[in-house]
Design a protein around this ligand. Structure first.
Ligand code: URA
Length: 220
């Protein structure tokens, strides 16, 4: 699909879903947060759900976590406008509570459609919710982050959520390192043999992922 087509299809999707009222969150939201960035992005970053600022502005990651994300993207030579940033949920859960299972199930189709249209080479899942959804696993983020998985011919790389890193200095260091791994991955053109591989630890294999016959690539 060419650039114009992707943009048009993304716009169509936006107009189709922006007034969604399929779950309770539609009643308390200020704005529907579709996501933002380039329709032709090679990198897509997926967070959890809009927070207060995002709900007010209708844009993803515009608060403190967003500032950090901009800085991390800058550290690997990217502007926010060159990637696409989205969330699992498009509407803010009241009081920033965790997403509920049924909310994720109702909303996930929108994210999947975005992924299909944009067709990014790499998806960085930020935090537990997007990671578990896109890798189809219930494993925790700590055992998954910094590793590289392949699914539907694209790379999924789970990383810590920037908001979590803001509160935990050790996670911040890990997040910065993981961004460098993303850069290595891009520089290698997705050829993972160029990336510093660690021996695969069977303990860390994602079972449901394997059962789904998806291929796990070399682990860092
Ligand atoms: N946290 C998220 O997961 N998404 C946002 O858009 C903002 C904060």
């Amino acid at each position: 699909m060419d650039e114009l087509n992707k943009r048009e299809r993304l716009k169509e999707l936006y107009f189709k879903i922006k007034d969604c009222d399929k779950c309770e969150l539609s009643k308390s939201r200020t704005k529907f947060v579709f996501g933002s960035g380039s329709a032709c992005a090679e990198i897509m970053l997926v967070g959890e759900a809009p927070g207060k600022n995002e709900d007010l502005q209708g844009l993803p990651f515009v608060g403190q976590a967003g500032k950090l994300l901009d800085e991390l993207l800058g550290s690997i030579g990217y502007k926010r406008s060159e990637v696409f940033i989205a969330n699992v949920l498009k509407c803010r859960p009241p009081g920033n509570r965790d997403p509920k299972v049924d909310e994720v199930n109702i909303c996930k189709g929108y994210l999947m459609e975005q992924i299909k249209i944009i067709d990014p080479k790499i998806i960085c899942t930020m935090g537990r919710y997007s990671t578990q959804l896109l890798l189809n696993t219930d494993r925790g983020i700590n055992g998954l982050r910094g590793r590289v998985y392949k699914m539907d011919n694209r790379i999924i790389m789970p990383i810590n959520h920037p908001a979590a890193a803001l509160y935990t200095p050790s996670r911040m260091d890990i997040l910065r390192q993981d961004f460098q791994k993303i850069k290595n991955l891009i520089d290698s053109g997705g050829d993972l043999s160029c990336v510093n591989n660690e021996a695969l630890n069977p303990e860390n294999e994602v079972k449901t992922y394997k059962e789904n016959k998806n291929e796990q690539l070399g682990l860092f």
